[in-house]
Design a protein around this ligand. Structure first.
Ligand code: KPL
Length: 304
C-alpha cells in the first residue's frame, strides 16, 4: 500500500480525472469539495468503450487532520479561496501540486502557503464532464516540477525526499507523469497552446479537433498563432517558438474530441480562465509595443 494520502481540491474535469484515476489505482484519495454535500461522490469515467464508476470519499477541511499530498485542480480564479480554505491543514511536510491554466498562480500559492513544498504541474490530458459522466477524451502527459524556479539539482534548495516515489505513484494512476526541473519551460508552452486553442474553440463553439478540420477555423488558427508567436518571442526568448504551429496542431489533434476547458466553462455559464491566459499575454504585448490585432479582436469577441 502506498505511503501517500492524496487530497484533491476541485471537482471539474481535471480534478475528477485525477481523483478517479488515483482511487482506481488503489491510492488513498479524498476530495475536498467547496461545500460538503455528501460523504461520497460518484464519478462515472468514460474513455472510448471503457466505463467504470468510482465512489470517492469527501471531507471538509475541518475533518482533515493534516494534508499529505494536495492536488489543486480548481480554476485559476478560485485558487485564492480554495487555498485559504485548507491553509490550516497544510504543514511543512505537505506537498502541494498546482494544476491551473495560465500564469501567476505560483506567486499567490507561495504567499498563502509558505510552509509547504510547492510543485507546479501542467497537463495535456483532455477531459470534460457531461451529463453521463467524465469523458477522458485525450490521453496526454503531465509535467511536474518545483515552483521555486531553480532549474538544477545543484542550485536548488528544493528537497527531493519522496519526489521519485510521488512521481511513480502519479504515473501509475494517470500516465505519463514526467518530472521536469525546468517546469517554467513547460508552463510557457502550455500557456501558448491554451492561448490559441481555448479562445478559438470558445468563439466557434467547437471541439478542439474542428480547429483543424474546418478550413475557415484553420485559417483563423494560423493568424492567431502568428500573433502569439510574436509575444512569446519577446516574453520567453530562451525558447524556440518557430514550431509553435506544429505544437498547437499536435495538441488539437491529440485532443480532437475534447471540449476545451474554456468552452466547458462558457457552456456551464461559469467564469473562464481566459484572463489568466489571454490577458496575461495581451499585457505583455502592450508593455512591449507588439502589434497583435487579430488576437485582440479575438479576445474582445470571446470576453464579452
Ligand atoms: O488544456 C486544454 C484546455 O482545454 O484547457 C487543452 C490542452 C486545450 C485541451 O483541451
Amino acid at each position: 500500500m502506498s505511503q501517500f494520502q492524496f487530497h484533491i481540491l476541485g471537482r471539474g474535469a481535471i480534478g475528477s480525472l485525477w481523483v478517479s484515476s488515483l482511487a482506481r489505482a488503489g491510492f488513498n484519495t479524498t476530495l475536498i469539495p467547496r461545500q460538503l454535500d455528501c460523504p461520497n461522490y460518484a464519478i462515472n469515467y468514460i474513455s472510448g468503450t471503457e466505463t467504470f464508476t468510482q465512489s470517492i470519499a469527501q471531507q471538509s477541511p475541518e475533518q482533515i487532520e493534516a494534508i499529505d499530498i494536495l492536488l489543486v485542480c480548481v480554476k485559476s480564479y478560485q485558487l485564492e479561496q480554495a487555498l485559504n480554505s485548507v491553509a490550516s491543514r497544510i504543514t511543512d511536510t505537505s506537498t502541494v501540486i498546482l494544476l491551473q491554466n495560465g500564469m501567476g498562480h505560483q506567486q499567490l500559492a507561495e504567499s498563502l502557503l509558505p510552509q509547504c513544498q510547492l510543485l507546479v504541474a501542467t497537463t495535456t490530458q483532455g477531459a470534460y464532464l457531461s451529463n453521463d459522466g467524465l469523458h477522458h477524451a485525450g490521453k496526454g502527459q503531465t509535467y511536474l516540477g518545483p515552483a521555486d524556479n531553480k532549474t538544477t539539482i545543484e542550485s536548488s534548495t528544493f528537497t527531493m525526499t519522496r519526489i521519485p516515489q510521488l512521481c511513480q505513484a502519479l504515473n501509475e494512476a494517470l500516465p505519463d507523469v514526467i518530472w521536469q526541473w525546468d517546469i517554467q519551460k513547460r508552463l510557457w508552452q502550455k500557456l501558448a497552446i491554451n492561448a490559441v486553442i481555448n479562445p478559438l474553440t470558445a468563439l466557434y463553439r467547437c471541439k478542439n479537433g474542428e480547429l483543424l478540420s474546418n478550413f475557415e477555423y484553420r485559417d483563423h488558427l494560423q493568424l492567431i498563432i502568428n500573433d502569439i508567436q510574436k509575444i512569446l518571442e519577446k516574453a520567453c526568448p530562451e525558447q524556440d517558438w518557430t514550431n509553435l504551429s506544429e505544437q498547437v496542431n499536435q495538441t488539437a489533434q491529440k485532443t480532437a474530441s475534447n471540449v476545451s476547458s474554456t468552452l466547458q466553462d462558457i457552456v456551464k455559464g461559469q467564469a473562464t480562465e481566459l484572463p489568466a491566459i489571454c490577458e496575461y499575454l495581451i499585457n505583455i504585448a502592450q508593455n512591449n509595443n507588439i502589434a497583435i490585432p487579430q488576437y485582440k479582436k479575438l479576445y474582445a469577441q470571446v470576453n464579452k
